[in-house]
Design a protein around this ligand. Structure first.
Ligand code: CTP
Ligand code: A1H0Z
Length: 451
């Protein structure tokens, strides 16, 4: 199975590493990706990737193989594919899955619009799966749309947190050395037990590294290594770099990677992945308000309070004049959080306008979008209970929005005439907004919170 061309016109997506789309540094990638030995930029290096995703995730301890476990209701492997898509110079991605998971994988590719993906059947071990992926690239009779690359990246499907920079580094190093792999300092010391279960010796931690992914190889090197590989190594090996050394006498270049390169292995890793992704898509908030309001507009006051409360978060304000261009403009900054300020009647007019734009934009495909419909009322003039009736609209509407991966919350702020009270209420409102955005708790959708 093959999906369409990579890259393309998709809006910049804040994948797990939130870097800019494709070619964070065009000059760097152009020189790296010029074909081996050619003048930089003269001919692009053919690079493909093999993603082993055929495991059962035994250590995760759940029925679903971990690469398909949901993170914010989206399969983990989709985040890895999205991060790979940032490197639009990778021409083919071969995902290696078991026969029984082929359809599930095809559904993920279709739903999340992943490009240039070919599926290959897994083997009973990781090395056998990788070998199957390499074979598909080597022998295009297996898949006519695939062609043998000069360099191949091998990356575990359950390692979603990496950026284009480490891909460029391992590919550059593989071009020069034949093989390269990301490494990290060891957290625990490595020891060797004796036959009777006692300490035999320990390795000096500072002189050793943990082997992570991505790794990259001159294709002919790693393919030759796998073709020479013993059954024992195919069955019990865990290190591709070792195969290149043992069978092709290639000493891989080791590239220091970032702390994000860890592999999702245990259940706690899924929780960690979810909180990292939530943190990363909470970095920007857009306050949507009526453009005709003057600077004292309550929306601007709320914007200033949010900026004060959330100094590491980018808070912007935007008027919604019309659909497409505004929402495209907003989301180009990778914004997944909106506070819609409703001060005019009828209630929700601005919120409904924003929601219909978000629905049409399809931006909630990859991440849940938070929309806080903020309403201001001087409780001394109008009792909240009177307002409640008209605000009940939000409960039903929130259920509809939930189906589109849009989390809609209501917020009623006491628009006190007393300046100090108003500041306190706005601060309380900012705290509530911050919590809703950070937690993205679908249990609270349609609720009306009061500040
Ligand atoms: N026969 C296998 C075994 C593993 N993998 C893949 O290799 C990567 C790293 O392996 P690991 O973390 O060990 O995954 P599992 O084997 O699924 O985990 P476990 O050992 O807990 O069963 C994963 O993306 C996994 O899907 C594979 O493609 N084919
Ligand atoms: O051993 P596992 O199958 O859990 O995972 C594979 C890892 O060993 C591997 O991804 C890195 O150590 C780099 O080779």
């Amino acid at each position: 199975m093959e999906s369409g061309p990579r890259g393309g016109s998709r809006p910049a997506e804040p994948g797990p590493c939130l870097s800019s789309q494709c070619g964070a540094d065009q000059a760097a990638s152009a020189s790296v990706l010029s074909a081996a030995g050619a003048e930089p930029g003269s001919r692009t290096l053919a690079v493909a990737a093999v993603l082993p995703a055929g495991g059962c995730g035994e250590r995760m301890g759940v029925p679903t193989p971990k690469q398909f476990c949901p993170v914010l209701e989206r399969p983990l492997i989709s985040y890895t594919l999205q991060a790979l898509e940032r490197a639009c110079w990778i021409k083919d991605v071969v995902v290696v899955v078991t026969e029984e998971n082929m359809q599930a994988m095809e559904n993920i590719i279709q739903k999340y619009k992943h490009k240039s993906i070919s599926l290959v059947e897994a083997g009973v071990t990781r090395h056998r799966s990788i070998f199957n992926g390499l074979r598909a690239l080597a022998d295009n009779r297996l898949n006519s749309k695939l062609s043998k690359p000069e360099v191949v990246i091998i990356h575990d499907a359950v390692r979603p947190f990496f950026d284009e920079d480490i891909l460029l580094k391992v590919v550059t190093a593989a071009k020069e050395h034949g093989a390269a792999g990301a490494v990290r300092p060891l957290v625990s010391t490595v020891i060797s037990p004796s036959a009777d279960g006692c300490l035999d010796y320990s390795l000096e931690r500072a002189r050793h590294r943990a082997s992570e992914m991505p790794q990259a190889f001159l294709f002919d090197v790693i393919y030759e290594a796998y073709q020479q590989c013993s059954d024992y190594d195919l069955e019990f090996g865990t290190e591709c770099l070792q195969l290149a050394l043992k069978y092709c006498h290639i000493k891989a270049k080791l590239v220091e990677g970032s702390p994000d390169l860890w592999k999702v292995t245990y259940k706690r890793d899924l929780y960690a992945a979810e909180s990292i992704i939530k943190e990363r898509i909470s970095q920007e908030i857009c306050i949507v308000m009526d453009p005709k309001e003057n600077e004292e507009h309550i929306g601007h006051l709320l914007e200033e309070i949010l900026k004060t409360e959330l100094n590491h978060v980018q808070v912007t304000s935007q008027a919604l004049y019309n659909a497409g261009s505004d929402i495209q403009q907003i989301n180009l900054e990778q914004c997944y959080n909106f506070v819609c300020v409703n001060v005019k009647t009828p209630d929700f007019r601005e919120t409904q306008k924003l929601l219909s734009m978000l629905e049409e934009s399809n931006f909630s495909l990859l991440y849940p979008i938070v929309v806080v419909s903020a309403h201001f009322l001087d409780f001394k003039l109008v009792s909240p209970s009177q307002k409640m009736e008209s605000l009940m609209w939000i409960r039903e509407f929130a259920k509809e929005m939930r189906k589109k991966n849009i989390l809609l919350y209501g917020l009623l702020i006491n628009h006190s005439q007393d300046e100090q009270k108003l500041q306190e209420n706005l601060r309380q409102g900012a705290i509530i907004i911050t919590a809703l955005i950070k937690e993205r708790n679908s249990a609270l959708i349609g609720q009306l919170l009061v500040a």
